[in-house]
Design a protein around this ligand. Structure first.
Ligand code: NAD
Length: 249
């Protein structure tokens, strides 16, 4: 039977690469994004997709979206909570509104989406993948809101994995390292890019497809006994506790 996935933030970047990967494997995909124009443009050359403009942080829009996906798909095999926003700044300059903007999409979104999709997820057999970041594992300056939202998503996944395990639904997290997308280009200066290259054992940024491959693996039956886990697709960045660039030269 044809499998179905829902991908948020599907208009571009990692979400669009994930959508294309599912489609390449014969799945049907519900593409969700807040940016309707970019979403429709991205989907214009794709088949077997359902396109829904919605804000994942708005409970009313999430409920409407869930109704449309159920009507079209009946059952959902995979939910990928990928939509995210980045905001880099020192703590003193992170106003409550900036903090809430990041938390709304990055944390409230995955919570609301999973709650709304659970009733029509395959039980057993459904899979949820939440997208965190290396910033949720390793602390840094300038990321009080972004890093904290992603650390919370990692724990949210564990809560969901433990509670939904009895339903036969698996929940895992993918933590990408830096990937060249619009999100990263907006906040990574040339100096930051150079520093990342030096700090990452594989010595480069990741590409969208490499993250999509990790996501689709965790949604597949090949990962049928894996739940509650964090998979870092980061070129080894997370592993380098005291791996100072100077020590590797
Ligand atoms: P991107 O900015 O290219 O794409 C994000 C998409 O999410 C956009 O299409 C945007 O319109 C959509 N979106 C934002 N807020 C939304 C909302 N409230 N409701 C629905 N859609 C919304 O970003 P990307 O780099 O592809 O990032 C995808 C995910 O990967 C994010 O969760 C991000 O935090 C995470 N991530 C990215 C990197 C990186 O370096 N690019 C690194 C680590 C983690």
């Amino acid at each position: 039977m044809t499998k179905t996935a829902l991908v948020t933030g599907a208009a571009r970047g990692i979400g669009l690469a994930t959508t294309r990967t599912f489609l390449g494997r014969g799945w049907h995909v519900a593409m969700i994004d807040i940016d309707g124009d970019e979403l429709r443009h991205a989907a214009s050359d794709l088949e077997n997709v359902l396109v829904i403009e919605a804000d994942v942080s708005d409970p009313t829009q999430v409920a409407r979206m869930a109704g449309e996906v159920t009507a079209a798909f009946g059952t959902l095999d995979a939910l990928v909570n990928n939509a995210g926003v980045a905001d880099f700044g020192p703590i003193a300059e992170t106003t409550f509104e900036r903090w809430r903007r990041v938390m709304r999409t990055n944390l409230d979104g995955p919570f609301l989406m999973a709650q709304a999709c659970l009733p029509f997820m395959a039980q057993p057999g459904g899979a949820i993948v939440n997208i965190a970041s290396i910033s949720g594992v390793r602390a840094s300056t300038m990321r009080v809101a972004y890093g904290t939202s992603k650390a919370a998503v990692i724990h949210l996944s564990k809560q969901q994995a433990v509670e939904y395990g009895g339903l036969g639904i698996r929940v895992n997290t993918v933590a990408p390292g830096p990937v060249d997308t619009k999100l990263a280009l907006a906040v990574h200066t040339p100096q930051i890019r150079k520093a990342y290259h030096e700090a990452i054992p594989l010595n480069r940024y990741g590409v969208e497809q490499e993250i999509a491959n990790a996501i689709c693996f965790l949604c597949s039956d090949e990962a049928s006994y894996i739940t509650g886990q964090l998979l870092s697709a980061d070129g080894g960045f997370q592993a380098t506790g005291v791996g100072l660039p100077a020590l590797r030269e």
